[in-house]
Design a protein around this ligand. Structure first.
Ligand code: ADP
Length: 485
């Protein structure tokens, strides 16, 4: 049976701060369904009880040394998670830092994760077909494979894949970490790990992984440009032949309007009647009126981190126009105080039309996806984006900017409304088109149906990963040197 060792820093149901957790919670099981033996290694953070003890050993990185315990927990379809328990490093309040400040020993915390994943595999003595590392926190996996395990009987010459979930996070640290991570000073050069005088775990992985993937085809192209490459566009262009985009899937069990426990009335593509009950409940939850006039008016929703990446500055520029549109708005999110304040003051000024909920609320997110008529995502950049896919599945027509995964999942005038320029005028024009179309019930229903029928499942994504793994294995077997960066 082919096997894959996945390494990353968070996964549902064990630990989550963002979309990476959704991906790593689902991908191993989806691969297992396709006949792969899949093991995901991640830290055992505070509060995680899952798993049974399967192994323990000493892990050393530089002068740091600790007794690591490995706990195995089953995932769906025979896949498994192995949680690395090193309390000194992972038993903390948060995953990456507190009060907006990263933990100063993050380089060590995630170097130990990489070493632990590789040491565990070496101790088992079974060579995986592929090693697949995710984001900078697992960035040292490909680096260590080359630097420390090249001649190893189990791990030597293993093919590694690295996935970029968001290039904005690069694992940048002071250069003097290198010797403390068992890495030589040679790596402090621009064509290895150096990034403006610092070392970048991300850059190490981009150089040393045999293949690089990212989470949509369009984002794979965009990150090769200076506009969205964050300074890594040069290396990504150099590696363009080994860079592919594979769109994330969504959990179609958890996000299914036909059996979503957070909706008052389930519904499906055959009949979207249940959306009305969700709309009533949603308006009620936001303290907005639910009379006939309001119910007939299209409801535009957002669920988002309130940061510039998500287009909140564009919306702020339209703050005077939104209340004039023939629409209601509900927003759910947390983030920059200026955006939270803006939405709260809009809601206070127009309580019949605008609702703001500042906070993180997963059940409410489900109700929003069902109860809204349209979903707004005017992102500046968006590696993949999950909410527009949930919207499509819930018959809620997305209005999005044509970037990254949004461009790959929403089709203008077919299942959503897409605009190109990052300007308030372009956004307003797309909203105008959507509001106009909403008045034609038959055409609107056709758009909902088109979205609800899209295959957004993990199966589709996992098949693409497997194809890529096999290609990599095949190329390795033929000994083609191009893949040996
Ligand atoms: P990103 O990972 O950049 O934040 P994505 O759209 O890929 O954006 O994923 C965001 C995930 O977090 C989605 O599952 C979304 O529903 C959820 N989410 C974001 N903000 C909130 C919130 N305030 N309440 C509930 N869920 C939220």
């Amino acid at each position: 049976m082919p096997s894959v060792l996945l390494v990353g820093s968070e996964a549902t149901p064990f630990a989550k701060t963002g979309g990476l957790a959704d991906v790593l919670g689902a991908l191993p099981s989806a691969l297992a369904r396709l006949g792969w033996d899949a093991t995901l290694v991640l830290p055992r953070y505070r509060g995680v009880q899952a798993g049974t003890l399967i192994d323990r050993c000493t892990i050393s990185v530089g002068a740091f040394s600790a007794d690591a315990r490995f706990f195995e927990a089953p995932l769906r379809h025979g896949a498994r998670a192995v949680l690395v328990d090193v309390p000194e490093l992972y038993d903390r309040d948060d995953l990456y830092g507190t009060g907006g400040v990263d933990y100063p020993d993050n380089p060590r915390r995630f170097a130990v994760l990489a070493r632990a994943a590789l040491e565990l595999t070496a101790r088992r003595g079974i060579r995986p077909s592929i090693v697949h590392a995710h984001d900078w926190q697992a960035g040292l996996v490909p680096v260590y494979l080359k630097a420390l395990y090249d001649g190893h009987p189990v791990l030597g010459g293993l093919a590694s894949v690295f996935t970029i979930h968001n290039l904005a996070y690069q694992g940048l640290f002071e250069a003097d970490w290198l010797p403390r991570l068992d890495l030589s000073w040679d790596l402090l050069s621009v064509d290895r790990m150096e990034f403006w005088g610092k070392v970048s775990f991300l850059k190490g992985a981009l150089n040393d992984a045999a293949m690089i993937t990212t989470v949509s085809k369009t984002y794979a192209v965009e990150i090769q440009t200076s506009e969205l490459g964050f300074g890594f566009d040069g290396i990504l262009r150099r590696r363009a032949e080994d860079l592919v985009g594979i769109l994330n899937g969504i959990d179609t069990l958890e996000w299914d309007p036909a059996r979503d426990p957070f909706l008052p009335t389930p519904y499906s593509v055959r009949s979207v009647e249940g959306k009305q009950a969700a709309k009533v409940e949603l308006l009620r939850r936001y303290g907005m009126p639910t009379d006939d006039g309001v119910l007939k008016r299209p409801l535009i929703a957002m669920i988002s981190r309130m940061v510039d990446q998500k287009g909140f500055d564009l919306i702020a520029a339209l703050a005077g126009e939104l209340p004039l549109l023939e629409a209601s708005f509900t927003v759910l999110g947390t983030g920059e105080p200026r955006y939270q304040d803006l939405w709260q003051s809009l809601a206070a000024a127009y309580p019949d039309r605008i609702g703001a909920h500042i906070g993180f609320d997963e059940p409410l997110a489900h109700l929003v996806e069902a109860g809204a008529d349209m979903f707004l995502m005017p992102s500046r950049f968006e590696p993949c984006g999950l909410n527009q896919m949930y919207s499509l599945r819930y018959g809620t027509v997305p209005i999005v900017r044509a970037v990254g995964g949004l461009a790959d999942t929403v089709h203008d005038d077919i299942d959503g409304f897409v605009f190109r320029d990052y300007t308030p005028a372009a956004l307003l024009e797309a909203m105008g088109r959507a509001l106009e179309r909403f008045t034609d019930r038959r055409k609107w229903r056709a758009m909902q149906t088109a979205g609800m029928k899209q295959d957004l499942s993990w199966d589709r994504s996992a098949r693409e990963y497997v194809r890529m793994y096999k290609r990599l294995e095949g190329q390795r077997a033929k000994g083609r040197s191009r893949l040996d960066p």
